[in-house]
Design a protein around this ligand. Structure first.
Ligand code: 173
Length: 495
């Protein structure tokens, strides 16, 4: 074992004055880096002298240390057999979770996307579930996103020859097998040890596009390397205050073959997700009250790692984006007609009508409702072919996809359902989720009397329910109720 560090020699460096940590069998001196850590010093100090791999992995792409920690601080390999395994106290919650995992329903028992969510809720680690499932404030918008689809009903046509159904379409020029794409969601390794590449493989198997998140757990290059054949990926972009960093990301994405740039415009500041905050709060070592660390860990990892996002991003930046890339530019998170019209005028190629899965502005309207307002305004001006309109948020059924397409969307983004399928059942789960949507889609196109995507149009819908504003009742959604966590009040201390 010559040349390798021992666990004991690393363990000596367990303080603010000399802080070493082990990640994937290698030691790093992070003493000088402590004040710069975007997630605060405290979380690193919790692992000073120890193996931090488990906490590190979901939040940091594997090239992070290479990129951000000076190589003189890379101390080399550690003989892991000499690293003292921490006696982990028996965590009754973890024991219960393992017990539930041993009784998980078979994958074949999942018949729809909500089923994956109900299973994931019971088998995921609590903090991971809290991060993925949480919405802003009272989570009204998050639930409205799905409920809004139930305000729209079908006006199916009969006696159409529907023997052969073709649900293929194009999105930003890419041919897709069905009009949905895997939208960007951060921190994939919270749900599955392989992270976003699982989604890449499923997207390939089903010939759908994957949007790569800026804040993935895997590195951008790993996700691109995982693509097969002529598979198409897009990039979701959080714009950095340092535009040179953003320029490099965009140029690199284009060079690596990305076919669309989706600029997130609904998150100048990250929303408050209290379920996430509450679960972090109970994490040992991440308590807000103790001083010496100016990052408020109670806000969860997401807020800490989002501090680079530029709240000054504005319409003035759009020409610059157009000047640095030939990729089509799509604004993700547009929420009213006026801004869609402005996006057309600014020369954008698309918009995603989205409220960020109900994680940003509470009581923002659902994408599907905004779509119903946007398409007539575009048609009135003869602009409907000048821009591609996408919707995300709350899509759980092929009927939801069909409603969006009938109104005029080119496609819909689906995020959480694939994360939950991945977290519970891995690649097979995501594969089944996508197949279920395809099966539903084929059946429902037959049932509404449309054989091709081009046949879908507003006359197939009754949208009067949308006119009720936000007060109308919709039939209760029993699957959703089973998957949804009521929000909690603060917990009392243990006796
Ligand atoms: O919705 C999110 O959680 C999200 O977009 C995000 C933003 C910054 C860091 C991590 C996640």
């Amino acid at each position: 074992m010559a040349g390798k560090l021992t666990g004991a020699s690393v363990a000596e460096h367990n303080s603010k004055d000399s802080c070493w940590v082990i990640v994937h069998g290698k030691a790093y001196d992070v003493t000088e880096f402590l004040p710069e850590h975007p997630g605060g010093q405290k979380i690193i100090l919790k692992y000073a002298g120890k193996d931090a791999t488990e906490e590190f992995d979901p939040i940091h792409p594997p090239d992070t240390l290479d990129k951000y920690l000076d190589h003189s601080k890379h101390l080399g390999e550690v003989d892991m057999s000499t690293v003292e395994q921490e006696e982990k106290a028996v965590d009754p919650e973890e024991t219960d979770r393992q017990e539930r995992i041993s009784r998980m329903p078979s994958l074949a028992a999942c018949y729809n996307l909500m089923d994956f969510e109900a299973v994931a809720r019971r088998v995921m680690k609590k903090t991971a579930w809290a991060y993925y499932s949480s919405g802003a404030d009272d989570e009204i918008t998050m639930r409205e996103n799905h409920a809004a689809f139930h305000k729209i009903w079908f006006r199916p046509r009969i006696l159409v020859d529907v023997e052969n159904i073709d649900m293929t379409t194009t999105m930003l020029g890419t041919k897709c097998s069905i009009p949905f794409y895997v939208t960007a969601t951060a921190l994939g390794k919270l749900g599955h040890p392989e992270g976003e590449v699982v989604l890449t493989k499923a997207a390939h198997a089903h010939n759908v596009v994957q949007m790569i998140p800026t804040l993935a757990s895997c590195s951008f290059d790993e996700i691109v390397d995982a693509k097969q054949g002529d598979q198409v990926q897009w990039l979701q972009l959080y714009v950095n205050k340092d535009r040179e960093i953003t320029r490099k990301i965009v140029e690199h994405a284009e060079k690596r073959g990305c076919k669309g740039l989706f600029i997130t415009v609904d998150a100048p500041q990250l929303g408050r997700r209290e379920k996430d905050m509450r679960s972090k709060f109970s994490d040992a070592g991440s308590n807000v009250q103790s001083g010496g660390d100016n990052i408020d860990r109670s806000q969860g990892a997401a807020r800490a790692i989002s501090s680079f996002i530029d709240p000054a991003l504005s319409w003035k930046d759009i020409p610059w984006f157009k000047s640095i890339t030939k990729m089509p530019i799509v604004l993700k998170g547009v929420q009213c007609v006026e801004d869609v019209l402005r996006a057309v005028e600014a020369g954008c190629d698309g918009v995603v009508l989205s409220n960020h899965g109900g994680r940003q502005l509470e009581t923002a309207r659902s994408g599907i409702e905004v779509l119903a307002e946007v398409m007539p305004a575009l048609r009135e001006r003869g602009w409907e072919k000048r821009i591609e309109v996408y919707v995300d948020g709350g899509v759980r059924r092929a009927t939801d996809i069909l409603k969006a397409l009938c109104l005029g969307a080119k496609g819909v983004g689906i995020g959480r359902p694939f994360l939950f399928a991945m977290s519970a059942y891995g690649l097979e789960g995501v594969d089944r989720a996508m197949q279920l949507l395809k099966d539903e889609m084929e059946m429902n196109m037959r049932l509404i009397g449309a054989t091709r995507v081009e046949d879908l149009n507003p006359s197939l819908l009754d949208t009067r329910g949308l006119l009720n504003g936000h007060t109308g009742f919709v039939p209760s959604d029993t699957l959703g109720l089973g998957a949804y966590d009521p929000l909690e009040a603060p917990r009392f201390n243990e006796k």
